[in-house]
Write a protein that binds this ligand. Structure first.
Ligand code: IPD
Ligand code: CA
Ligand code: CA
Length: 273
């Protein structure tokens, strides 16, 4: 697959997520939305998550019938498991927001070749913001190139984070990192969508982001967008998920240093890998 093919994919995915985004907006705030629990009472899935993922998979199967697919709601595709190409999908990142009619959520789609991310996209239906990056080609918001911010110190920075669905039953729920970071930054944010947290770092709307219990579909598309926008985004397998830290190149070391002071075990992430 060459760069030209990836630009074609970028355009096809833009149209696809715009259509699915319209469907999501039409159903946003519906009182009779079918909502079920997954791993815990607060880990939700709605009929809209499932239908959105079904439409994305239908597109991939029609256009790339020999590619593998990893979707949050359907897991790894039964067919093409051995393919070098893997699509990684989160049909609604920010399901808790969505289920409450809170309009901050995104559709995240990434494409990897031999575990290297070639293309990443995060679409925010409510804002009609399409963030995307092709490896080596920079990062964009719609048609405009984006860059991480130039804020230079953590105490002036906006830092985002998130908490896992099992936060009630484990002490390993990010509260220790949150307490450490919160007093030392300009502002802290919890958007409810890891993918949005990443693209906001990429576009300089925030300076950094950290979270400790993510799945691949929560960060693979956004990670490429951060890196192509000149930022740093490090991930590391931790227990059965991934720990992640991202930021502009000025504040990332200070952010990692503070996280390491809480636990060197969870955050031995270093810029020199
Ligand atoms: C969740 C969101 C949230 C993050 C959770 C994720 P979902 O994804 O990205 O911001 O804190 O860890 O699981 O369930 O809304 O797709
Ligand atoms: Ca997610
Ligand atoms: Ca999701």
């Amino acid at each position: 697959m060459n760069t030209e093919d990836l630009y074609k994919i970028k355009n096809q995915i833009h149209q696809l997520v715009k259509d699915i985004g319209n469907y999501q907006l039409e159903n946003l705030g519906r009182h009779d939305l079918e909502i079920n629990s997954k791993s815990s009472a607060v880990d939700l899935v709605t009929e809209v998550d499932k239908e959105s993922e079904r439409r994305i998979i239908k597109f991939i199967e029609a256009n790339f019938p020999d590619h593998g697919i990893l979707g949050e709601e359907s897991g790894m595709s039964i067919t093409n498991k051995e393919s070098d190409y893997l699509w990684i999908i989160d049909p609604v990142d920010g399901t808790t927001n969505y289920a409450h009619g809170y309009p901050l959520f995104s559709i995240a789609i990434g494409l990897q070749y031999k575990e290297e991310t070639l293309f990443g996209s995060v679409y925010l239906p409510y804002m009609d913001d399409y963030f995307w990056a092709i490896q080596g080609e920079g990062a964009y918001l719609n048609h405009q190139p984006i860059q991480v911010s130039t804020y230079k110190t953590l105490d002036m920075s906006i830092i985002a984070t998130g908490f896992p669905y099992n936060k009630k039953t484990t002490t390993d729920n990010n509260l220790n990192y949150f307490s450490k970071i919160m007093p030392n930054v300009g502002g802290i944010r919890r958007s409810g969508s890891a993918c949005i947290d990443l693209v906001f770092v990429a576009s300089g709307r925030t300076e950094g982001y950290f979270e400790m219990y993510l799945n691949q579909w929560d960060f693979i598309p956004g990670q490429l967008i951060v890196r192509e926008a000149g930022g740093v985004c490090l991930s590391k397998p931790l227990r059965d998920r991934y720990a992640l830290v991202a930021g502009n190149p000025h504040i990332i070391e200070e952010l990692i240093q503070q996280l390491k002071e809480v636990s060197d075990q969870d955050y031995p992430l270093s810029i020199i890998e």
